[in-house]
Design a protein around this ligand. Structure first.
Ligand code: PLP
Length: 404
C-alpha cells in the first residue's frame, strides 16, 4: 500500500481568506442593500500597461508564423529577459549580478516555495512573524518544522522573529542560529522596510554564521524612500549569502500573467558546491520555462515606455496608500507601512482582537480588510488594508472609517 507524505497532514488549515469570504457573504446576504468595499485583497486591479499589451500582441503574432514561432523556452529563461533584469534591476544600481545568475520563472510564489528543496531537511529556518505564509507552509511539507502547537500557533523547529511595534516592525537577530533566513522587504503584511544598514547587518550576520538569506523583493517597486535598498545585493557580501526572489506581479500587474525570477550568485557555495548549480539542475528537471509571450511582456517592463507607464500605475496605488494612511491617522489609529509598500498596517483599538476589528469594520463601515492574526501570532492586535483598490473606493472607505 502506498504511503502519502504525511507532512501535509500536519498543516493546519489556512482558513484566513475562506473565513473572510464566508463572513462577507453572510453579511451581504443578510444586508443586500449595503455596498461593501474590499480593501483586503493582495491582488492588483489596474489593467496591464499599453507597452506590455503591445509586446504581448506582437509576441502572439510571432507564434502564428513558422519563421518566428517559439517552442519550449530555455529552462533558465530567455537571454533577452535575463539580461534586461541583470542590467536594470542590478547593474544599474551598482550591484554585481550577471544575466546568467538570473533564473526566470512563473512567479515568486512557486520560487519561494520551491527554493527550500535544494537545502537539507536538517536545516533550521527563521521567519519574521507575521509573515507571508508560503515560507513556513512549504517547509512543513518538506518535514523541516517539527511539531505544531495549536495554542501558540507555532512550530517547534522554526525560529520566529517577532516584528511588532516594539521592534519597529523589523526582525531582530535571533538568539538561536538559523541555517535559512526568510526576509521579505518591503514587507507583506506590515508594509515595513529595512534601511540599507539594517539589511547590511543581516548580510554580515548570515556570512558570519554560515546561513543563507532568502530575500523576497516582490514589493521593491513601491519603495519611495532613499535609504531603503531595492535589492539585497546593494549590501556588501550578499553574493556569498543571499538568494533574491523577484516578481512581476505587483510592479507590472502580472498576477494573472505570471512571471518572476530567482537570483543566485555563483559565489554562494556550500563547500565546493554552488547553490546556482543545484537550482539550475532543479529548474532544468522540473520546469519547462515561462512562456515566450510572457517573457516578451516582461521585457517590455524595462522599455522606456513601459517604465513610464508603470511608474504611473505604482503612483496610483501609492496615492491610495497615502489616503489610507492619513485617513486612519486622522481617525486616531496607530498606523505604519504604506510609504514604501502597498500595505497599511494598523493597530486595532484596545480590547479588540484582529477578528473583532474585522467584524466591526464590516458591520459598521462595510469595509473589508485582513486580520493581522492570519499572518502569524505576532499579527494579533493588528489589521492590514491594501492600496490595490480603486481610488474612488479607497476614498469612500476612509470617509466611512472616519465617520465611525
Ligand atoms: N511574495 C510575497 C511576499 C507576496 O506577498 C506575494 C503575493 O502576494 C508573492 C511573493 C507571490 O508573487 P507571485 O505573484 O510572483 O507568485
Amino acid at each position: 500500500m502506498f504511503k502519502i507524505n504525511d507532512n501535509y497532514l500536519k498543516l493546519p488549515g489556512s482558513y484566513l481568506f475562506s473565513t473572510i469570504a464566508k463572513k462577507v457573504n453572510a453579511y451581504t446576504e443578510a444586508n443586500p442593500d449595503k455596498s461593501i468595499i474590499r480593501l483586503g485583497i493582495g491582488d492588483v486591479t489596474q489593467p496591464l500597461a499599453p507597452a506590455i499589451i503591445e509586446s504581448l500582441h506582437s509576441a502572439v503574432d510571432e507564434m502564428g508564423n513558422a519563421e518566428t514561432f517559439h517552442g519550449y523556452a530555455p529552462d533558465l529563461g530567455y537571454e533577452f529577459l535575463r539580461s534586461a533584469m541583470a542590467k536594470n534591476d542590478y547593474q544599474a544600481r551598482g550591484c554585481d549580478i550577471a544575466a546568467d545568475e538570473v533564473f526566470i520563472s512563473d512567479g515568486a510564489k512557486c520560487d519561494s516555495g520551491n527554493i527550500q528543496e535544494i537545502f537539507s531537511t536538517d536545516n533550521k529556518i527563521a521567519v519574521c512573524d507575521p509573515v507571508y505564509p508560503v515560507y513556513v507552509d512549504t517547509n512543513v511539507m518538506a518535514g523541516r518544522t517539527g511539531i505544531y502547537n495549536a495554542k501558540t500557533e507555532t512550530w517547534s523547529d522554526v525560529i520566529y522573529m517577532p516584528c511588532t511595534a516594539d521592534t519597529n516592525f523589523a526582525p531582530e537577530l535571533p538568539k538561536e542560529t538559523p541555517d535559512l533566513i526568510y526576509l521579505c522587504f518591503p514587507n507583506n503584511p506590515t508594509g515595513s522596510t529595512l534601511t540599507k544598514s539594517q539589511l547590511q547587518d543581516w548580510v554580515d550576520y548570515a556570512n558570519r554564521v554560515g546561513a543563507v538569506i532568502i530575500y523576497d523583493a516582490a514589493y521593491e517597486a513601491y519603495i519611495s524612500e532613499e535609504d531603503v535598498p531595492h535589492t539585497i545585493y546593494e549590501c556588501e557580501g550578499a553574493r556569498t549569502c543571499a538568494i533574491e526572489l523577484r516578481s512581476f506581479s505587483k510592479n507590472a500587474g502580472f498576477t494573472g500573467v505570471r512571471l518572476g525570477a530567482t537570483v543566485i550568485p555563483k559565489d554562494l557555495k556550500c563547500g565546493e558546491v554552488t547553490l546556482h548549480s543545484l537550482w539550475a539542475r532543479r529548474h532544468g528537471t522540473k520546469y519547462n520555462g515561462a512562456p515566450y509571450i510572457v517573457q516578451k511582456a516582461g521585457e517590455a517592463v524595462y522599455s522606456e515606455k513601459g517604465r513610464k507607464q508603470l511608474k504611473k500605475q505604482i503612483a496610483y496605488y501609492m496615492n491610495n496608500a497615502k489616503i489610507i494612511y492619513h485617513g486612519l491617522k486622522d481617525a486616531g489609529y496607530n498606523v505604519s507601512g504604506g510609504v514604501n509598500a502597498p500595505y497599511i498596517w494598523l493597530e486595532t483599538p484596545e480590547g479588540m482582537s484582529s477578528w473583532d476589528f474585522f467584524d466591526y469594520l464590516l458591520e459598521k463601515a462595510n469595509v473589508v480588510g485582513t486580520p493581522g492574526s492570519g499572518f502569524g501570532p505576532s499579527g494579533e492586535g493588528y489589521f492590514r488594508l491594501t492600496a490595490f483598490g480603486s481610488y474612488e473606493n479607497t476614498l469612500a472607505a476612509m470617509e466611512r472609517i472616519k465617520a465611525l
